[in-house]
Design a protein around this ligand. Structure first.
Ligand code: NAD
Ligand code: DAU
Length: 349
Protein backbone atom coordinates (compact mmCIF):
# COMPACT_ATOMS: atom_id res chain seq x y z
CA UNK A 1 0.00 0.00 0.00
CA UNK A 2 1.30 3.42 -0.92
CA UNK A 3 -0.26 6.87 -0.66
CA UNK A 4 1.24 8.71 -3.61
CA UNK A 5 0.87 12.46 -3.96
CA UNK A 6 1.08 13.39 -7.65
CA UNK A 7 1.33 17.16 -8.19
CA UNK A 8 0.13 18.63 -11.49
CA UNK A 9 -1.89 15.49 -12.25
CA UNK A 10 -4.52 17.42 -14.21
CA UNK A 11 -1.97 18.58 -16.79
CA UNK A 12 -0.71 16.85 -19.90
CA UNK A 13 1.91 14.42 -18.58
CA UNK A 14 0.43 14.29 -15.08
CA UNK A 15 -2.92 13.03 -16.34
CA UNK A 16 -1.25 10.20 -18.27
CA UNK A 17 0.79 9.27 -15.21
CA UNK A 18 -2.22 9.36 -12.87
CA UNK A 19 -4.20 7.14 -15.29
CA UNK A 20 -1.34 4.63 -15.46
CA UNK A 21 -0.87 4.48 -11.67
CA UNK A 22 -4.59 4.28 -10.82
CA UNK A 23 -5.24 1.48 -13.32
CA UNK A 24 -2.04 -0.50 -12.80
CA UNK A 25 -1.86 -0.34 -9.00
CA UNK A 26 -5.34 -0.70 -7.46
CA UNK A 27 -3.62 -1.21 -4.10
CA UNK A 28 -2.11 2.33 -4.20
CA UNK A 29 -4.02 5.47 -3.33
CA UNK A 30 -3.21 8.20 -5.84
CA UNK A 31 -3.85 11.73 -4.59
CA UNK A 32 -3.78 14.23 -7.43
CA UNK A 33 -2.97 17.71 -6.13
CA UNK A 34 -3.42 20.44 -8.70
CA UNK A 35 -4.45 24.10 -8.54
CA UNK A 36 -5.99 23.90 -12.04
CA UNK A 37 -4.26 26.72 -13.91
CA UNK A 38 -5.18 27.27 -17.58
CA UNK A 39 -3.18 24.06 -18.28
CA UNK A 40 -4.92 21.88 -15.71
CA UNK A 41 -8.09 20.17 -16.85
CA UNK A 42 -10.05 17.53 -14.95
CA UNK A 43 -11.64 16.42 -18.23
CA UNK A 44 -8.26 14.79 -18.92
CA UNK A 45 -9.07 12.31 -16.14
CA UNK A 46 -12.79 11.62 -16.68
CA UNK A 47 -12.15 7.89 -17.09
CA UNK A 48 -10.55 7.48 -13.65
CA UNK A 49 -12.34 10.09 -11.55
CA UNK A 50 -14.70 7.56 -9.94
CA UNK A 51 -12.06 4.96 -9.10
CA UNK A 52 -11.78 4.15 -5.40
CA UNK A 53 -8.03 4.53 -5.34
CA UNK A 54 -8.09 8.06 -6.82
CA UNK A 55 -8.66 11.39 -5.07
CA UNK A 56 -8.41 14.91 -6.45
CA UNK A 57 -7.49 17.85 -4.20
CA UNK A 58 -7.37 21.40 -5.45
CA UNK A 59 -4.32 23.06 -3.92
CA UNK A 60 -1.48 25.37 -4.86
CA UNK A 61 1.95 23.82 -4.22
CA UNK A 62 3.07 27.24 -2.96
CA UNK A 63 0.56 27.07 -0.07
CA UNK A 64 2.79 25.39 2.51
CA UNK A 65 0.12 25.24 5.21
CA UNK A 66 -2.48 23.59 3.02
CA UNK A 67 0.03 21.21 1.45
CA UNK A 68 1.17 20.16 4.94
CA UNK A 69 -2.45 19.44 5.91
CA UNK A 70 -2.86 17.26 2.82
CA UNK A 71 0.24 15.25 3.76
CA UNK A 72 -1.32 14.60 7.15
CA UNK A 73 -4.82 13.88 5.93
CA UNK A 74 -3.69 11.29 3.37
CA UNK A 75 -0.61 10.02 5.20
CA UNK A 76 1.55 10.63 2.13
CA UNK A 77 4.58 8.36 1.77
CA UNK A 78 5.62 9.15 -1.81
CA UNK A 79 5.58 12.28 -3.96
CA UNK A 80 5.81 12.51 -7.73
CA UNK A 81 6.17 16.21 -8.48
CA UNK A 82 5.10 17.45 -11.91
CA UNK A 83 3.23 20.68 -11.13
CA UNK A 84 4.88 23.53 -12.98
CA UNK A 85 4.50 26.36 -15.41
CA UNK A 86 5.71 24.53 -18.49
CA UNK A 87 5.61 26.72 -21.61
CA UNK A 88 8.82 28.48 -22.69
CA UNK A 89 7.05 31.30 -24.59
CA UNK A 90 4.97 32.19 -21.53
CA UNK A 91 8.14 32.25 -19.43
CA UNK A 92 9.60 34.87 -21.77
CA UNK A 93 6.48 37.03 -21.22
CA UNK A 94 6.19 36.48 -17.46
CA UNK A 95 9.31 35.04 -15.79
CA UNK A 96 8.09 35.82 -12.26
CA UNK A 97 5.25 33.32 -12.34
CA UNK A 98 7.78 30.64 -13.38
CA UNK A 99 10.06 31.47 -10.44
CA UNK A 100 7.03 31.48 -8.15
CA UNK A 101 5.59 28.10 -9.17
CA UNK A 102 8.64 26.17 -10.28
CA UNK A 103 11.14 27.40 -7.69
CA UNK A 104 9.14 28.60 -4.67
CA UNK A 105 6.44 25.97 -5.23
CA UNK A 106 9.00 23.16 -5.34
CA UNK A 107 10.68 24.55 -2.24
CA UNK A 108 7.39 24.71 -0.38
CA UNK A 109 6.59 21.12 -1.39
CA UNK A 110 10.03 19.99 -0.20
CA UNK A 111 9.51 21.74 3.14
CA UNK A 112 6.07 20.13 3.60
CA UNK A 113 7.52 16.72 2.73
CA UNK A 114 10.47 17.07 5.10
CA UNK A 115 8.19 18.35 7.86
CA UNK A 116 5.73 15.48 7.57
CA UNK A 117 8.28 12.67 7.19
CA UNK A 118 10.26 14.18 10.06
CA UNK A 119 13.49 12.25 9.38
CA UNK A 120 11.62 8.95 9.14
CA UNK A 121 12.61 8.29 5.54
CA UNK A 122 12.11 4.53 5.38
CA UNK A 123 10.09 3.53 2.28
CA UNK A 124 9.66 7.19 1.38
CA UNK A 125 10.45 8.84 -1.95
CA UNK A 126 10.34 12.36 -3.38
CA UNK A 127 10.44 12.03 -7.18
CA UNK A 128 11.03 15.27 -9.08
CA UNK A 129 10.05 15.39 -12.77
CA UNK A 130 12.30 17.70 -14.75
CA UNK A 131 13.32 18.54 -18.27
CA UNK A 132 16.26 18.18 -20.65
CA UNK A 133 16.15 21.97 -21.15
CA UNK A 134 18.23 22.43 -17.97
CA UNK A 135 21.25 21.19 -19.97
CA UNK A 136 21.04 24.08 -22.44
CA UNK A 137 21.55 23.65 -26.16
CA UNK A 138 23.60 21.25 -28.29
CA UNK A 139 25.39 21.90 -31.57
CA UNK A 140 25.00 19.54 -34.51
CA UNK A 141 26.42 16.59 -32.59
CA UNK A 142 26.42 14.96 -29.16
CA UNK A 143 23.83 14.11 -26.53
CA UNK A 144 22.86 15.25 -23.04
CA UNK A 145 23.92 12.69 -20.44
CA UNK A 146 23.26 12.70 -16.71
CA UNK A 147 26.74 14.27 -16.31
CA UNK A 148 26.15 17.22 -18.65
CA UNK A 149 26.60 20.52 -16.79
CA UNK A 150 23.51 22.67 -16.34
CA UNK A 151 23.30 25.65 -18.72
CA UNK A 152 19.69 26.86 -18.91
CA UNK A 153 18.81 29.70 -21.27
CA UNK A 154 15.12 30.50 -20.90
CA UNK A 155 13.35 31.68 -17.73
CA UNK A 156 11.46 28.34 -17.87
CA UNK A 157 14.60 26.19 -17.99
CA UNK A 158 16.33 28.40 -15.40
CA UNK A 159 13.41 27.88 -13.03
CA UNK A 160 13.43 24.11 -13.62
CA UNK A 161 17.22 23.98 -13.12
CA UNK A 162 16.80 25.87 -9.85
CA UNK A 163 14.10 23.44 -8.70
CA UNK A 164 16.42 20.49 -9.49
CA UNK A 165 19.14 22.13 -7.39
CA UNK A 166 16.76 22.56 -4.45
CA UNK A 167 15.74 18.91 -4.64
CA UNK A 168 19.40 17.80 -4.57
CA UNK A 169 20.13 20.27 -1.76
CA UNK A 170 17.37 18.67 0.35
CA UNK A 171 18.90 15.25 -0.28
CA UNK A 172 22.41 16.41 0.65
CA UNK A 173 21.41 18.60 3.60
CA UNK A 174 18.52 16.74 5.22
CA UNK A 175 18.91 13.25 3.77
CA UNK A 176 15.58 13.44 1.90
CA UNK A 177 15.26 10.36 -0.36
CA UNK A 178 14.99 11.82 -3.84
CA UNK A 179 15.21 10.83 -7.46
CA UNK A 180 15.12 13.15 -10.51
CA UNK A 181 14.39 12.49 -14.15
CA UNK A 182 15.03 14.85 -17.05
CA UNK A 183 12.92 14.17 -20.12
CA UNK A 184 12.84 15.37 -23.70
CA UNK A 185 9.81 16.82 -25.57
CA UNK A 186 6.61 14.85 -25.04
CA UNK A 187 3.73 14.51 -27.49
CA UNK A 188 0.37 12.76 -27.38
CA UNK A 189 -3.24 13.29 -26.28
CA UNK A 190 -4.41 15.99 -23.83
CA UNK A 191 -1.51 18.38 -24.51
CA UNK A 192 -2.50 22.02 -24.25
CA UNK A 193 -2.49 23.63 -27.72
CA UNK A 194 0.17 26.21 -26.91
CA UNK A 195 2.84 23.57 -27.59
CA UNK A 196 4.02 22.93 -31.16
CA UNK A 197 2.25 19.65 -31.99
CA UNK A 198 -1.34 20.25 -30.78
CA UNK A 199 -1.19 23.93 -31.81
CA UNK A 200 -0.18 23.05 -35.36
CA UNK A 201 -2.66 20.15 -35.68
CA UNK A 202 -5.45 22.52 -34.63
CA UNK A 203 -4.30 25.23 -37.04
CA UNK A 204 -4.02 22.79 -39.96
CA UNK A 205 -7.57 21.56 -39.28
CA UNK A 206 -8.81 25.16 -39.23
CA UNK A 207 -6.71 26.36 -42.18
CA UNK A 208 -4.87 28.86 -40.02
CA UNK A 209 -1.25 29.99 -40.53
CA UNK A 210 1.44 27.75 -39.00
CA UNK A 211 3.87 30.09 -37.19
CA UNK A 212 7.30 28.49 -37.64
CA UNK A 213 9.90 30.24 -35.48
CA UNK A 214 13.06 31.33 -37.32
CA UNK A 215 13.96 28.97 -40.14
CA UNK A 216 12.38 25.91 -38.55
CA UNK A 217 15.83 24.37 -38.13
CA UNK A 218 15.74 23.78 -34.38
CA UNK A 219 15.85 20.15 -33.36
CA UNK A 220 13.87 18.39 -30.63
CA UNK A 221 13.86 14.77 -29.43
CA UNK A 222 10.22 13.63 -29.29
CA UNK A 223 8.85 10.99 -26.92
CA UNK A 224 5.30 9.62 -26.79
CA UNK A 225 3.78 10.76 -23.49
CA UNK A 226 2.69 7.25 -22.44
CA UNK A 227 6.32 6.18 -22.71
CA UNK A 228 7.30 9.02 -20.37
CA UNK A 229 4.65 7.83 -17.88
CA UNK A 230 6.02 4.26 -18.19
CA UNK A 231 9.53 5.56 -17.52
CA UNK A 232 8.37 7.43 -14.40
CA UNK A 233 6.69 4.22 -13.19
CA UNK A 234 9.94 2.26 -13.66
CA UNK A 235 12.14 4.91 -12.00
CA UNK A 236 9.65 5.36 -9.14
CA UNK A 237 9.83 1.64 -8.36
CA UNK A 238 13.40 0.74 -9.30
CA UNK A 239 15.43 3.96 -9.45
CA UNK A 240 18.45 4.34 -7.19
CA UNK A 241 17.99 6.92 -4.42
CA UNK A 242 19.82 10.16 -5.15
CA UNK A 243 20.24 9.32 -8.84
CA UNK A 244 19.23 11.18 -11.98
CA UNK A 245 17.81 9.46 -15.06
CA UNK A 246 17.57 10.99 -18.52
CA UNK A 247 14.50 9.99 -20.54
CA UNK A 248 14.35 10.42 -24.31
CA UNK A 249 13.22 8.80 -27.49
CA UNK A 250 16.42 8.79 -29.60
CA UNK A 251 14.01 10.46 -32.00
CA UNK A 252 15.33 13.78 -33.27
CA UNK A 253 13.38 15.94 -35.67
CA UNK A 254 14.10 19.31 -37.22
CA UNK A 255 10.94 21.38 -36.58
CA UNK A 256 10.23 21.96 -40.26
CA UNK A 257 10.48 18.24 -41.09
CA UNK A 258 8.19 17.34 -38.21
CA UNK A 259 5.72 20.02 -39.30
CA UNK A 260 5.61 18.52 -42.80
CA UNK A 261 4.88 15.07 -41.33
CA UNK A 262 2.02 16.59 -39.30
CA UNK A 263 0.66 18.34 -42.38
CA UNK A 264 0.71 15.13 -44.43
CA UNK A 265 -0.94 13.13 -41.66
CA UNK A 266 -3.71 15.64 -40.94
CA UNK A 267 -4.41 16.17 -44.66
CA UNK A 268 -4.63 12.41 -45.25
CA UNK A 269 -6.88 11.74 -42.26
CA UNK A 270 -9.16 14.62 -43.28
CA UNK A 271 -9.36 13.34 -46.85
CA UNK A 272 -7.51 16.37 -48.29
CA UNK A 273 -4.78 15.97 -50.89
CA UNK A 274 -1.61 15.17 -48.89
CA UNK A 275 0.55 18.26 -48.52
CA UNK A 276 -2.06 20.84 -49.57
CA UNK A 277 -1.79 22.48 -46.15
CA UNK A 278 1.91 23.22 -46.67
CA UNK A 279 0.76 26.60 -47.95
CA UNK A 280 -0.11 27.46 -44.33
CA UNK A 281 3.57 27.43 -43.29
CA UNK A 282 4.49 30.97 -42.21
CA UNK A 283 7.98 31.81 -41.01
CA UNK A 284 7.82 34.25 -38.09
CA UNK A 285 10.29 36.01 -35.78
CA UNK A 286 12.36 33.49 -33.87
CA UNK A 287 11.79 32.74 -30.17
CA UNK A 288 14.20 34.80 -28.03
CA UNK A 289 17.10 32.65 -26.80
CA UNK A 290 15.82 29.73 -28.89
CA UNK A 291 17.86 26.60 -28.07
CA UNK A 292 19.10 25.01 -31.30
CA UNK A 293 19.09 21.32 -30.47
CA UNK A 294 18.12 18.94 -27.68
CA UNK A 295 19.02 15.25 -27.77
CA UNK A 296 18.91 12.92 -24.81
CA UNK A 297 21.10 9.91 -24.18
CA UNK A 298 18.77 7.64 -22.20
CA UNK A 299 21.08 4.61 -22.21
CA UNK A 300 21.48 4.67 -18.40
CA UNK A 301 17.73 4.14 -18.02
CA UNK A 302 17.83 1.34 -20.58
CA UNK A 303 20.90 -0.41 -19.23
CA UNK A 304 20.14 -0.10 -15.51
CA UNK A 305 16.34 -0.25 -15.35
CA UNK A 306 15.40 -1.86 -18.67
CA UNK A 307 13.16 0.95 -20.00
CA UNK A 308 12.84 1.64 -23.72
CA UNK A 309 10.30 3.64 -25.75
CA UNK A 310 7.50 1.32 -26.84
CA UNK A 311 6.38 3.20 -29.90
CA UNK A 312 7.95 4.21 -33.19
CA UNK A 313 7.43 7.89 -34.00
CA UNK A 314 5.41 7.23 -37.18
CA UNK A 315 2.86 5.25 -35.16
CA UNK A 316 2.87 7.78 -32.30
CA UNK A 317 2.24 10.81 -34.50
CA UNK A 318 -0.52 8.99 -36.41
CA UNK A 319 -2.24 8.08 -33.11
CA UNK A 320 -1.80 11.61 -31.82
CA UNK A 321 -3.23 13.33 -34.89
CA UNK A 322 -6.15 10.86 -34.92
CA UNK A 323 -6.85 11.59 -31.22
CA UNK A 324 -7.03 15.37 -31.77
CA UNK A 325 -9.27 14.91 -34.81
CA UNK A 326 -11.62 12.63 -32.86
CA UNK A 327 -11.65 14.86 -29.78
CA UNK A 328 -12.50 18.21 -31.32
CA UNK A 329 -14.89 18.89 -28.43
CA UNK A 330 -11.94 18.76 -25.99
CA UNK A 331 -10.00 21.08 -28.31
CA UNK A 332 -12.92 23.50 -28.66
CA UNK A 333 -13.33 23.71 -24.88
CA UNK A 334 -9.69 24.42 -24.14
CA UNK A 335 -9.35 26.94 -26.97
CA UNK A 336 -12.36 29.04 -26.03
CA UNK A 337 -12.24 32.05 -23.69
CA UNK A 338 -8.83 33.08 -22.41
CA UNK A 339 -6.97 31.00 -25.01
CA UNK A 340 -8.11 33.46 -27.69
CA UNK A 341 -6.51 36.34 -25.79
CA UNK A 342 -3.29 34.33 -25.40
CA UNK A 343 -3.25 33.50 -29.12
CA UNK A 344 -3.77 37.10 -30.16
CA UNK A 345 -1.05 38.33 -27.84
CA UNK A 346 1.51 35.77 -29.00
CA UNK A 347 0.77 35.42 -32.71
CA UNK A 348 -1.47 38.19 -34.10
CA UNK A 349 1.02 41.01 -34.43
P1 NAD B 1 1.28 21.16 -18.12
O1 NAD B 1 1.51 22.64 -18.23
O2 NAD B 1 0.44 20.48 -19.11
O3 NAD B 1 0.65 20.84 -16.69
C1 NAD B 1 1.08 21.45 -15.50
C2 NAD B 1 0.07 21.13 -14.41
O4 NAD B 1 0.54 21.72 -13.18
C3 NAD B 1 -1.33 21.71 -14.66
O5 NAD B 1 -2.31 20.76 -14.37
C4 NAD B 1 -1.41 22.89 -13.71
O6 NAD B 1 -2.73 23.18 -13.27
C5 NAD B 1 -0.54 22.40 -12.56
N1 NAD B 1 0.01 23.51 -11.77
C6 NAD B 1 0.65 24.61 -12.23
N2 NAD B 1 0.97 25.41 -11.20
C7 NAD B 1 0.56 24.79 -10.07
C8 NAD B 1 0.61 25.11 -8.68
N3 NAD B 1 1.15 26.27 -8.27
N4 NAD B 1 0.09 24.24 -7.79
C9 NAD B 1 -0.49 23.08 -8.21
N5 NAD B 1 -0.59 22.73 -9.50
C10 NAD B 1 -0.06 23.58 -10.42
O7 NAD B 1 2.73 20.55 -18.02
P2 NAD B 1 3.30 19.18 -18.63
O8 NAD B 1 3.73 19.41 -20.00
O9 NAD B 1 2.37 18.08 -18.32
O10 NAD B 1 4.62 19.03 -17.73
C11 NAD B 1 4.58 18.40 -16.47
C12 NAD B 1 5.97 18.41 -15.86
O11 NAD B 1 6.86 17.72 -16.71
C13 NAD B 1 6.55 19.80 -15.66
O12 NAD B 1 7.25 19.81 -14.46
C14 NAD B 1 7.48 19.98 -16.85
O13 NAD B 1 8.54 20.86 -16.54
C15 NAD B 1 7.96 18.56 -17.05
N6 NAD B 1 8.35 18.20 -18.43
C16 NAD B 1 7.52 18.45 -19.48
C17 NAD B 1 7.88 18.04 -20.76
C18 NAD B 1 6.98 18.25 -21.97
O14 NAD B 1 7.38 17.97 -23.08
N7 NAD B 1 5.76 18.73 -21.80
C19 NAD B 1 9.11 17.38 -20.96
C20 NAD B 1 9.95 17.18 -19.86
C21 NAD B 1 9.55 17.57 -18.60
O1 DAU C 1 12.45 19.51 -23.95
C1 DAU C 1 11.45 19.39 -22.99
C2 DAU C 1 10.55 20.61 -23.03
O2 DAU C 1 9.80 20.52 -24.23
C3 DAU C 1 9.63 20.72 -21.82
O3 DAU C 1 10.40 20.88 -20.66
C4 DAU C 1 8.68 21.91 -21.99
O4 DAU C 1 7.76 21.94 -20.90
C5 DAU C 1 7.92 21.73 -23.28
O5 DAU C 1 7.09 22.86 -23.50
C6 DAU C 1 8.88 21.56 -24.46
O6 DAU C 1 9.59 22.80 -24.74
P1 DAU C 1 9.84 23.32 -26.23
O7 DAU C 1 10.05 24.77 -26.17
O8 DAU C 1 10.85 22.50 -26.92
O9 DAU C 1 8.39 22.95 -26.87
P2 DAU C 1 7.39 23.77 -27.83
O10 DAU C 1 6.30 22.82 -28.20
O11 DAU C 1 7.01 25.08 -27.26
O12 DAU C 1 8.29 24.05 -29.11
C7 DAU C 1 8.89 22.99 -29.85
C8 DAU C 1 9.71 23.62 -30.95
O13 DAU C 1 8.82 24.25 -31.90
C9 DAU C 1 10.64 24.72 -30.49
O14 DAU C 1 11.85 24.66 -31.24
C10 DAU C 1 9.91 26.01 -30.80
C11 DAU C 1 9.10 25.65 -32.05
N1 DAU C 1 7.80 26.37 -32.17
C12 DAU C 1 6.93 26.31 -31.12
C13 DAU C 1 5.72 26.97 -31.18
C14 DAU C 1 4.77 26.94 -30.00
C15 DAU C 1 7.46 27.05 -33.36
O15 DAU C 1 8.24 27.05 -34.32
N2 DAU C 1 6.26 27.69 -33.41
C16 DAU C 1 5.38 27.70 -32.36
O16 DAU C 1 4.31 28.34 -32.49
Amino acid sequence: MKNILVTGGAGFIGSHLVRLLVNKYPEYHVINMDVLTYAGNLENLKDVEDKENYTFVKCDICDLKKVSQIFKEYNIDSVIHLAAESHVDRSIEDPFSFAQTNVMGTLSLLQATKGFWNSNFENKLFYHVSTDEVYGSLGEEGFFTEETAYDPHSPYSASKASSDHFVRAFADTYGLPVVISNCSNNYGSYQFPEKLIPLFINNIVNNKPLPVYGKGENVRDWLFVNDHARAIDVIFHKGKLGDTYNIGGFNEWKNIDLIKVMIKTVDRLLGRNEGTSEKLITYVTDRAGHDLRYAIDSSKLKNELGWEPSLQFEEGIEKTVAWYLQNNEWMEKVTSGKYQEYYQKMYDN
